[in-house]
Ligand binder design. Structure first.
Ligand code: GDP
Ligand code: MG
Length: 672
């Protein structure tokens, strides 16, 4: 490598690495690095120590490496080491380096052998090394087949995946030669994140421990399980060598001799061994950094821009100037007010495209959750009829009545009206929750002034709580008012005479309670909603699930191949359909609900129900609300009460424009 500029690349990334480490998580870039992975005792630490020519890594049985070690090797005339967490100290004794790694590991994980993904940063300066940055990771632990693996094995795997799944990192997959390559934990894991083997470099250790007469020639010639970057074989010091304090220099000489004298490796001895591995890694990492530079540059620039913007915001905050102090305080409080209003009232600038704002969430509570809660109010027809008959009998007393008394009607209706209280109060609770979490989001800008933040939150939250009390009182009052006088003269009221007529009318034309209670009658295919859904339970032969483009109207649910709505797969009339929840599958991260026929008919082909899957519970709720508008209601508590009963009861008691679709077959029976 004659190019000086290229040699600067690894140190340059090291500088970035340190800068990012010192400012913590707030800035993060995936820097090009080499992650060392392999099973326990595969020889990972030995390879790293051989590079440096020193013993400095903790050894022992069990899980020794319990935090990632970011090891920066830097070519230098003098030899010493330093840690990022105690930069002032120069270590020249490598036994002390090992002790410091052990102590620093325990500092974060505790002494009870836990693991932590927070890395330790170690930098080793030495005349023997080439510039290189490697991450030593905990060894992959073996899970015996059929055994329930303990938690820590999952944690380790997770942590390793966290590092190697970054496209920016090369993977050094270490496999001992005395095990079957096909069973290599390192290669298996690497394959999960790099299936084509583009950024994986294979290292085969313990070549000296292979059985007499066997060799790893095929592997090392990259013929057995080919990787684009190939394999390099090494011979590290054995346990005996280490105990006998065999000098690493002598070990390197022995390694060289091993390859030169071995009949299977002699012809490729120049491409084997620790020094060659080190050189190759240095080149590959350098090239890799060069290739990543454009992306790295643009990411850095965008971070720089956003940081500069932040700096701009703090420019006027001069905490030492008393007049500035008041101004800054006022500015922050004012900003809080503006932010809060924006999040609730909505605004055109800086629209968040990642998540719903407080205001939009509150909108959903009113238009999706609340109507749903209303329908969920359950009552059992049998109970209701019994109550009615008791009411009538009690009103007549000792006499036998001739006409149904109005008093009985009032008594029953009043009982139903009271039931509105619960969903209404719940709605208030949900809105309050949303408001308070919005306050929290807005005060996060004040996090540099914890007391100001705390006080702001306290004052605003107290105010919201106080309003909550008043709102609830007001709602209860309204319901009490509704309850105290039932205006049977109102045009919305379905009296005895109107009920029959209206129910036949509704059979033909459907009422869709829309946002703002618009009564839409007789518009045949008013589209209520369009969107992608996955049918979860179509025939297993076809893979069990498939995405379709769904169109829900007041009449039917249709699904198409895609948004173009050209290729229609099926159209399902909404008559007699209902919704039920489906428990989330163990393996699936989808949220599912099902549509089924109340008359025990198949809804689609041989399916009793079709299961529809969305990515989030929010989507499910919102689809359910749309179905509600189409008159497809959730299943009531199973086992008691029939849908028929509920529906006819609703027909009589609800306001007409809230009415669900009545069944075409059974006309509603009025109670009175
Ligand atoms: P790690 O758990 O992957 O870090 O593995 P270590 O580097 O700690 O090595 C585990 C054991 O294997 C140690 O006793 C090493 O001396 C031994 N070892 C590692 N590489 C070789 C090798 O190439 N040949 C021999 N004979 N022993 C090795
Ligand atoms: Mg190790």
């Amino acid at each position: 490598m004659g190019n000086r500029g290229m040699e600067e690349l690894i140190p340059l990334v090291n500088k970035l690495q340190d800068a990012f480490s010192s400012i913590g998580q707030s800035c993060h870039l995936d820097l090009p690095q080499i992650a060392v992975v392999g099973g326990q005792s595969a020889g990972k630490s030995s390879v790293l120590e051989n590079f440096v020519g020193r013993d400095f890594l903790p050894r022992g049985s069990g899980i020794v490496t319990r935090r990632p070690l970011i090891l920066q090797l830097i070519f230098s005339k003098t030899e010493y080491a330093e840690f990022l967490h105690c930069k002032s100290k120069k270590f020249t004794d490598f036994d002390e380096v090992r002790q410091e790694i052990e102590a620093e590991t325990d500092r974060v994980t505790g002494t009870n052998k836990g693991i932590s993904p927070v890395p330790i940063n170690l930098r080793v300066y030495s005349p023997h090394v080439l510039n290189l940055t490697l991450i030593d990771l905990p060894g992959i632990t073996k899970v015996p087949v059929g055994d329930q693996p303990p938690d820590i094995e999952y944690q380790i795997k997770d942590m390793i995946l966290q590092f190697i799944s970054r496209e920016s990192s090369l993977i050094l997959a270490v496999t001992p030669a005395n095990m079957d390559l096909a069973n290599s934990d390192a290669l298996k894991l690497a394959k999960e994140v790099d299936p084509q083997g583009l950024r994986t470099i294979g290292v085969i250790t313990k070549l000296d421990l292979m059985d007499e007469g066997t060799d790893a020639r095929d592997v090392l010639e990259n013929k057995l399980l080919p990787l684009r970057r190939g394999y390099i074989g090494v011979v590290n010091r054995s346990q005996k060598d280490i105990e006998g304090k065999k000098d690493i220099r002598a070990a390197l000489a022995a390694e060289r001799k091993f390859f030169l004298s071995h009949p299977a490796y002699r012809h490729m001895a120049d491409r084997m061994g620790t020094p060659h591995l080190q050189k190759t890694l240095n080149q590959q990492l350098t090239n890799h950094i060069r290739e990543s530079l454009p992306t790295l540059r643009s990411k850095l620039q965008s971070q720089l821009l956003s940081l500069e913007k932040e700096v701009e915001e703090y420019k006027n905050f001069r905490p030492d100037d008393p007049t500035r102090k008041t101004k800054a305080l006022l500015q922050m409080v004012q900003q809080f007010g503006v932010d809060f209003e924006k999040r609730i009232e909505g605004s055109g600038d800086q629209v968040d495209t990642l998540e719903l704002s407080g205001g939009a969430r509150i909108n959903r509570i009113f238009h999706e959750r609340f109507p749903f809660e209303l329908v969920k109010m359950e009552f059992d027809e049998k109970d209701l009829r019994r109550e009615i008959s008791y009411a009538i009998k009690n009103i007549h007393g000792v006499r036998t009545g001739l006409f149904t008394p109005d008093l009985a009607f009032e008594a029953i209706v009043k009982k139903q009206v009271v039931k509105l209280k619960e969903p209404c109060l719940k709605c208030v609770d949900l809105v309050i929750q949303e408001l308070i979490s919005t306050v929290r989001q807005c005060t996060s800008k004040l996090s540099s002034y914890p007391r100001l933040r705390e006080e702001t939150e306290r004052i605003v939250t107290t105010y919201i709580r106080e309003r909550e009390g008043r709102t609830k009182d007001q709602i209860l009052l309204l319901i009490d008012i509704e309850q105290s006088y039932i205006n049977t003269n109102h045009e919305d009221f379905i009296g005895f005479a109107n009920a029959q007529q209206r129910s036949t009318q509704l059979n033909k034309k459907r009422a869709i309670p829309n946002q703002g209670e618009i009564l839409v009658l007789g518009i045949p295919s008013q589209v209520i909603r369009r969107g992608w859904l996955t049918i979860n339970n179509i025939s297993l032969m076809k893979g069990g699930s498939k995405e379709y483009w769904f169109v829900l109207t007041a009449e039917s649910l249709s699904w198409y191949k895609d948004e173009e709505e050209k290729e229609k797969k099926y159209m399902l009339p909404l008559d007699n359909l209902k919704i039920r929840d489906v428990e989330k599958g163990f393996m699936s991260n989808k949220h599912v609900f099902a549509i089924f026929n109340t008359e025990q008919r198949n809804v689609y082909k041989d399916l009793r129900q079709i299961e529809l899957a969305c990515d989030s519970q929010e989507d499910v709720d919102s689809w359910k609300a749309s179905f509600l508008r189409a008159g497809v209601y959730p299943e009531k508590d199973q086992g008691r009460g029939t849908w028929d009963g509920n529906r006819s009861a609703q027909l009589t008691l609800d306001l007409p424009n809230r009415c669900p679709r009545p069944p075409p077959s059974a006309p509603a029976r009025p109670f009175f």
